[in-house]
Design a binder for this molecule. Structure first.
Ligand code: ADE
Ligand code: ZN
Ligand code: ZN
Length: 271
C-alpha cells in the first residue's frame, strides 16, 4: 500500500488493541503520542531504499507463481525463496518483537516491520507474481498513466476517501472501526481472526496471503492481464475494486490489532 493504506491500517489497529498492547508498543517505540503506530507505518518503505535496508525489499511481497485468472493460489515452499518473503518476514519479526534474546533496538525494528508487512500482505498484488506484482501492467487512472500495482497501492483508496494526509487516514480509520464494531463488517470480522496462531506465524500469515491472493482472480485480474492493459480504471473497474480495497484495509487493521495483542499476551511465555 501507499501512505494512506499503511497509516489507516495502523490507526485501525491503534483503536482495537488492548491497553496492555498500546503501552507495550508506545514504550518500545519511545512514542507516547496518539499517533504511535501511524508514525512508524511507512518506515519500512523508506528503509528498503537505503543501502543498509536493501536486503528487505523482497520482504514486502510473496511472488505467487499461480495463473490468474484461471487459478489463484499461494504455496509457501514454491513461492517463498531462500532470501525470504513477506510470509517468512512476518513470522521472523513476530518472534523477535518480545523475545528476551533480542536487543531493544532490534525489537523496535521488528515491531515496525510487523506493522508494515501485515498491511502489505493484504494488498492482493503483494501476493502475486504476474508482471512483477502488476508493476509491469500499464493502465490509466483518471487519465493519468499508472501501473496496475500503484493503482491498487494508492489510486483506488485515494479516490475513495479524497486524499492521503493524516486527516483522511484518521477519518477513514474511524469509519472502518465503526463498520467493524457495529456496521457492515460486524458479522464477518470474527471470521477474520480465523487461523491466527502466534505459535505458528507462517501458517497464520499464509491464511492472510491466500485470502489476498484469491482477490487477484476475482477482482484484480478477472479477465487476465489483457483485461486491464492500456485501459482506464477509474470507472467501472474502480467501482468494483474499491469495496475490496476497503475490506482489505479494514481486515489488515483488525488482524494487526489481534496479532499484536497475542504477541504481547504470549510474551515471556516462551513461544
Ligand atoms: N516485486 C516483485 N514482485 C513484487 C510484488 N508482488 N509486489 C511488489 N513488488 C514486487
Ligand atoms: Zn505495493
Ligand atoms: Zn511495503
Amino acid at each position: 500500500w501507499g501512505t494512506l493504506g499503511h497509516t489507516t491500517v495502523a490507526l485501525i489497529a491503534q483503536s482495537l488493541v488492548s491497553n496492555k498492547t498500546a503501552s507495550f508498543a508506545k514504550s518500545l517505540l519511545n512514542d507516547t503520542s496518539p499517533l504511535y503506530l501511524f508514525n512508524i507505518a511507512t518506515w519500512a518503505d523508506s528503509y528498503r531504499y537505503t543501502a543498509e535496508g536493501a536486503f528487505s525489499s523482497p520482504l514486502h511481497y510473496i511472488d505467487a507463481f499461480d495463473d490468474p485468472p484461471t487459478s489463484c493460489n499461494v504455496d509457501y515452499k514454491r513461492d517463498c525463496p531462500e532470501e525470504g518473503c513477506i510470509v517468512s518476514a512476518i513470522a521472523n519479526y513476530t518472534t523477535r518483537i518480545a523475545a528476551a534474546n533480542v536487543s531493544r533496538a532490534e525489537q523496535e525494528k521488528a515491531l515496525k516491520w510487523v506493522v508494515h508487512f501485515v498491511g502489505d500482505i493484504h494488498q492482493p498484488l503483494h501476493v502475486e507474481n504476474l508482471a512483477v506484482g502488476g508493476n509491469g501492467i500499464n493502465v490509466t487512472f483518471g487519465g493519468v498513466v499508472k501501473n496496475l500495482h500503484s493503482v491498487w497501492d494508492s489510486s483506488i483508496a485515494e479516490k475513495l476517501v479524497g486524499g492521503y494526509t493524516v486527516d483522511y487516514a484518521r477519518n477513514w480509520s474511524t469509519a472502518l472501526v465503526g463498520e467493524i464494531e457495529g456496521g457492515k463488517y460486524a458479522n464477518v470480522s470474527r471470521f477474520w481472526a480465523e487461523g491466527m496462531d502466534v505459535t505458528d506465524p507462517v501458517a497464520s500469515a499464509m491464511v492472510w496471503a491466500r485470502d489476498s491472493n484469491a482477490k487477484v482472480c476475482t477482482t484484480v485480474l478477472p479477465d487476465g492481464q489483457a483485461g486491464v492493459e492500456g485501459k482506464e480504471l477509474s470507472g467501472a473497474y474502480y467501482e468494483n475494486a474499491a469495496p475490496v480495497v476497503e475490506a482489505q484495509v479494514a481486515k489488515a487493521g483488525f488482524r494487526l490489532a489481534k496479532w499484536l495483542d497475542r504477541i504481547v499476551q504470549s510474551a515471556g511465555k516462551g513461544y
